[in-house]
Design a protein around this ligand. Sequence first.
Ligand code: SF4
Ligand code: MG
Length: 321
Amino acid sequence: YKSIIKTIKDTPLEEFYTSGHRTCQGCESALVMRFLAKAAGQRTIVIGATGCMYVANTTYYSTSWIVPWVHTQLGGSGAAALGTAAALRALMRKGKIKQEPINVIAFCGDLGCADMGLSGVSNAMTYDYNLLIVLYDNESSANTDIQETSMTPYGAQTSFSRPGKQRRIMKKRWKKSVVPMIIAGHRNIRYAATMTPAYPLDSINKIKKALAIGGPTFIHSLDPCPKGWDYDPRFSHELGVLAAETGLWPLYEYTDGEIAYNEPTKSIVEGRMKRKPVKEYLEKQGRFSHFTEEDIEHIQRMVDEMYEEWEIPGVMPIKSL
Ligand code: SF4
Ligand code: MG
């Protein structure tokens, strides 16, 4: 794909998501917004479901978006993306607007995308319209004060899962695997990927690739969030890198039926790099400060299984026969 950028120096200088937003210091989701606007360029419509990236970026009478931006309801990103893409096609067909490629990107947080909006996202993935849905996952409903979602990791403290004296681990469910669900269930999808903004080039290229390949495409980004994860904002980048290096957050892309790993996951899966212990990632975050060795071991075992026993390591939770 021609649009692939080789070094960070080749990234466009122009910004379509600028300063003036009100996200927290060290907010990695704001970086996702910046990267997607940079990668997509001017001829783009961005649709944002309710969440931090709606509330903090469009405070009354102000916005940091340079491109047209539409708000949609918490669970509405799939329907809004589909409606926008269909409207553009109809307007072009009727000659009401000029025929040209216009990117349609809808973003939604973990509650908006992986929980409430999942059916709408799935529906959008079954049509042949050009649209990209980006799940920016900070593993909680952070905008409304850190409530647990299905994407909150095992055992993490949120305002819905406070550890107590009787019960230390309040969130016992394992995080959902959204990209595998999207690719397994929607055969017409040609591109889906995981990313984290700690790897900017990888992230920008994935957004570019998704838009270049076209049809409905999907990206899931893991975004360290200083407020929800409870750490000093200067560690945002480091935590994104650690999520990948411990194997907790595998980086890969699915293109036309094939999985390709991206670094550092590629080196891990191919045996050139050892996964770092998950403890290094967990101990840096206040949301896991109640963890005992036993809890850390449990998470380590779950991650080991992902790489040692799964048919497609880190991706498909199916074991080989
Ligand atoms: Fe970003 Fe988290 Fe703050 Fe929301 S709560 S603006 S995701 S750092
Ligand atoms: Mg969230």
